[in-house]
Design a binder for this molecule. Structure first.
Ligand code: ZN
Length: 250
C-alpha cells in the first residue's frame, strides 16, 4: 500500500492537487482496520526476502519525504507496531524543511528508508546518465545521512523502462516500486513491484474490500495481469505504459 502526504487538516492541498493527501482521520481508520481484520503488516524487506509466513501480508510505503512522515505517521505506526518504508525525494525533503535527524530517529525505531530520487523526475524519459545520477546519488545521500543501506527505489510517477531496470540492478537496488496496482508474489522474485496507491478519495469500503477479500482480489488481479500480458504482447509495452501513466499519475 502506498501513501503520500497524510494531513491533519481535512482540506489542505499537497503538491499534487491534494488527491494523494489522505486525511489523518482516514489514515488512522485504515490502520485500525488492518489491526481489526488481523492483517499481517510486514516490512518491505521481509516480503521481498520471502520471510513472511502469512499467506497475505501488507507493506506500508510513504512516498516523497513529507513532514507528515515524522509528525503524523511515525507516532501512529509506533502505536500499532506496524513497520513501514519511507521513500525520500531529496529535493522534497530539503524543500519541506524535514531534517535528517527525524529520519534517523525513525530508523532507530526500526523503520526503513528508500530512495525516491533527487528531483522527482520521470526516469522513463531522461538520458541514461541522468537516470544513473537520480538512482546513485539519491542512494548515496540517504545512506550517508541515515546510515542505513538503501535497498529499494520508488519510481517517481511510477514510470520506468528497461534502462532504469538495468541501472538500478547495477547500482545494487533489490527492487524498484511502481504505482501499478499489483500484488507481489515473493517467490517470483520480481524486480519491479506493484503497489496500491491510497488516495484521498479511497473509500473505507474499498479499503475493507481489498483487505477482507484479498484471496478473491489476488485471483482477480492475477487474471487481469494475465490479460494485460496478452494485450502487451499484442500491442507492445509502450502503449500499456502510457495507459498506466494516465491511470496512476504519481
Ligand atoms: Zn512521488
Amino acid at each position: 500500500m502506498n501513501y503520500h502526504l497524510i494531513d491533519g487538516k481535512a482540506f489542505s492541498i499537497d503538491a499534487f492537487g491534494g488527491i494523494y493527501a489522505v486525511t489523518q482521520n482516514n489514515f488512522e481508520h485504515q490502520m485500525s482496520l488492518l489491526k481489526d481484520f488481523n492483517i499481517k503488516v510486514a516490512s518491505l524487506s521481509d516480503i521481498v526476502d520471502n520471510n513472511v509466513k502469512e499467506e497475505f501480508s501488507v507493506a506500508l510505503t510513504f512516498d516523497d519525504g513529507n513532514p507528515s512522515d515524522f509528525d503524523i505517521v511515525f507516532p501512529i505506526l509506533l502505536k500499532y507496531g506496524f513497520p513501514a518504508t519511507f521513500f525520500l525525494s531529496i529535493q522534497n525533503v530539503e524543500k519541506n524543511g524535514v531534517i535528517w535527524e527525524k529520519y534517523i530517529q525513525m530508523v532507530k525505531k526500526g523503520f526503513d528508508i528508500g530512495s525516491h530520487g533527487i528531483y522527482h523526475k520521470d526516469l522513463s524519459i531522461i538520458e541514461p546518465s541522468e537516470i544513473r545520477t537520480e538512482l546513485e546519488q539519491s542512494k548515496l545521500i540517504i545512506e550517508r545521512n541515515v546510515n542505513e543501506s538503501i535497498r529499494f527505489f520508488s519510481l517517481p510517477y511510477g514510470m520506468y523502462n528497461s534502462k532504469v531496470i538495468k541501472q538500478a540492478k547495477i547500482l545494487g537496488f533489490d527492487a524498484i516500486l511502481s504505482t501499478q496496482f499489483n500484488f507481489v508474489n515473493p517467490s517470483e522474485k520480481s524486480f519491479v513491484l506493484g503497489r496500491w496507491n491510497i488516495k484521498r478519495n479511497t473509500s473505507i469500503k474499498d479499503f475493507i474490500l481489498i483487505i477482507k477479500n484479498h484471496r478473491f482480489t489476488v485471483k482477480k488481479y492475477k487474471y487481469i495481469s494475465k490479460v494485460k500480458k496478452y494485450i502487451m504482447d499484442f500491442l507492445g509495452s509502450s502503449l500499456i505504459n502510457k495507459v498506466n501513466t494516465l491511470k496512476n499519475r504519481y
